[in-house]
Design a protein around this ligand. Sequence first.
Ligand code: GRF
Length: 209
Amino acid sequence: MNATAARTLGVLISGRGSNLQALIDAIAEGRLRATIGVVISNRADAAGLERARASSIRAVVVEHRGFPSREAFEAAVVDELQAAGVRLVCLAGFMRLVGATLLDAFPNAVLNIHPSLLPCFPGVNAQGQALEHGVKISGATVHLVTRELDNGPIVLQAPVPVRADDTPETLSARILIEEHRLYPEAVRTLLDGGWTLQGRRFVPASASR
Ligand code: GRF
């Protein structure tokens, strides 16, 4: 594998793509040494596809509805990722459960970003769940993806205070600012290597030397 391939990302989206944009910007500004080989959306109307095209990144639609099973859908996604020489897969608002077909093709190399401090509030509407529960601090988490939803080893987290007058929209907006800072940093940590997994603990290179 050459040096470029070793730092090639594949980004999976379903919608807006602001985290995709954060990765694109970090690469363009030299804060993240990587290449995005392909952006794949399971929805043809995902706004993130345009963000990819605007940066001359290959943007592909693989609609899950067109496949008879999750395995068949993921096999098509894996084909695209492998054809683009992807080393690390970044889920960025990808609204499908990920199964063995994708995870086995990219062992310990699928990342996700989630808008809460996991293990609190997995699943959809994490910001609304946090407000409803009444927590005073929520935040963002980047984690390795496993078969269990939002439950893999935690790579990085950032706290965000919850205000008394927050709505799901205002809290989401403040968490999103942290997401955009966190995701490129987590991707860099993964790509730079030297990290280990101790049980479900992600131990960064600096701590395992
Ligand atoms: C983000 O809040 C992310 O944490 C969650 O879905 C949202 C995607 O937003 N998984 P965007 O498409 O990256 O703008």
